[in-house]
Design a protein around this ligand. Structure first.
Ligand code: SF4
Length: 213
């Protein structure tokens, strides 16, 4: 059984999949407490569902075949692996949004990982498990940095350089209401970085605190 915060259908707001219709399965519980966390409601479970129950719910949105498993931190619940298997068998493309603090070693190859590296502004800067870099596939996975200020920007830039991640899909995203996107664009352009700047689409389209979008 899996502790679930919410299951909903919307458009993907982040990553290179932004803009695509997507079904979201938000698992409850997180091992971090980021200062800017916008899903604190996911810390507690709303409902407990079996993998079969989740598949039935996801199938309500047929023929949509893109599913994101998010949280909280989805990898905290070991049964998530059964959910990966079941979604895969049912022909879904699976995105996994994870905070990078738990091992990615056993995440199946068919899952597209969007891995968050927590910057100092999050208050969780030492949470990233460095060995995870070994399990991030540069052909299909993505690495995300959520930035609160210029210090975070330089920290993220140094991280990319230090671990030679230039050939990976790197996403820099400003914390909304903290870092002006115009400043982030300016820094990326000035430094001629080959990095994708992203805004959280769902926060632009709907009110910032709206759930289920
Ligand atoms: S990892 Fe995500 S869900 Fe957990 S506290 Fe940080 S922002 Fe919130």
């Amino acid at each position: 059984m899996l502790n679930i915060s919410e299951i909903f259908y919307s458009i993907q707001g982040e990553s290179t999949y932004a803009g695509l219709p997507c079904i979201f399965v938000r698992l409850a519980g997180c091992n971090l407490h980021c200062k800017y966390c916008d899903t604190t409601y996911s810390y507690e479970s709303e409902v407990t569902l079996s993998t079969d129950d989740i598949i039935t719910k996801v199938k309500e949105y047929d023929p949509v075949k893109l599913v994101e498993i998010t949280g909280g931190e989805p990898l905290l619940q070991l049964e998530v692996h059964k959910l990966f298997e079941s979604l895969h068998k049912n022909g879904y493309n699976i995105l996994l949004e994870t905070n990078g603090s738990l091992s990615l070693k056993d995440v199946p190859e068919y899952v597209i990982k969007i891995v968050d590296v927590k910057c100092p502004g999050s208050g969780e800067e030492n949470s990233f498990l460095l060995e995870n870099l070994e399990f991030i596939d540069q052909e299909k996975d993505e690495i995300k940095f959520v930035l609160s200020d210029n210090f975070d920007y330089n920290w993220a830039k140094d991280f990319v350089m230090k671990y030679q991640l230039d050939n990976y899909e790197i996403l820099f995203s400003p914390v909304s209401d903290k870092l002006d996107p115009q400043n982030l664009v300016k820094w990326i352009i000035e430094d001629k970085l080959s990095i994708r700047m992203q805004l959280q689409l769902h926060k632009i389209i709907w009110e910032k605190d709206k759930r289920g979008v």
